[in-house]
Design a binder for this molecule. Structure first.
Ligand code: GRF
Length: 203
């Protein structure tokens, strides 16, 4: 399965997908990386791996619809079957989300539906939850919602800081994202309403 990965920054989850795809048995490959920011570090990761990159700056387009239409055109040209948001920091319109229905996934650094939005690690600490983590989910129109494919939890330590907690969650993200993509690429994932069923179990 050919993946299109949308990024805005560091690209460590992109790297996890690139690394997973180095295994010839892995059923997906990163075909195209699109960034809305020309200086996203993830672009260098893609180039280093010989993967096609594209920078599409929103301000170079008449409006959001035109920007997203250019993304969809490029993804289709690259033969992408699954779009992975990996630290893509722009909200996608209902038109884009609908066009890629059940072919668009996101990784979010919390155990959704807890802590949608930004600053999830500080929110988890301030709320006093004992477990935090990450979620890979199909994207729906409302931000950080959609059927959940994979979650991974980490305990919150009494003296945790947002940075320390973020680092432990990130380690889990780098396993959860390649796992979710593999399950989809193997055709084992079906979506029924809010719920995802994984044939043969998740791991
Ligand atoms: C990750 O924490 C991801 O969960 C969130 O944005 C961050 C992106 O990090 N959506 P990276 O660019 O993949 O390193």
């Amino acid at each position: 399965m050919r993946l299109g990965v949308l990024i805005s920054g560091r690209g460590s989850n992109l790297q996890a997908l690139i690394d997973a795809a180095c295994d010839p048995a892995y059923p997906a490959e990163v075909a195209l990386v699109i960034s809305n920011k020309p200086d996203a570090a993830g672009l260098d990761r893609a180039r280093a791996a010989g993967i096609a990159t594209l920078v599409l700056k929103p301000k170079d387009f008449a409006d959001k619809a035109a920007h997203e239409a250019a993304m969809t055109a490029a993804l289709e040209r690259a033969g992408v079957g699954l779009v992975c948001l990996a630290g893509y920091m722009r909200l996608l319109s209902p038109v884009f989300v609908t066009a890629w229905h059940d072919r668009l996934i996101n990784i979010h650094p919390s155990l959704l539906p807890a802590f949608p939005g930004l600053d999830t690690h500080a929110k988890a600490i301030d709320t006093g939850v004992r477990f935090h983590g990450c979620t890979v989910h199909f994207v729906r129109v409302e931000m950080d919602t959609g059927p959940i494919i994979v979650q991974a939890a980490v305990p919150v330590a009494d003296d945790d800081t947002p940075d320390r907690l973020a680092a432990r969650v990130l380690t889990q993200e780098h396993k959860a994202y390649p796992l979710a993509v593999r399950l989809i690429a193997e055709g084992r994932v079906s979506v029924e309403g809010n719920r995802v069923a994984v044939r043969g179990g998740a791991v």
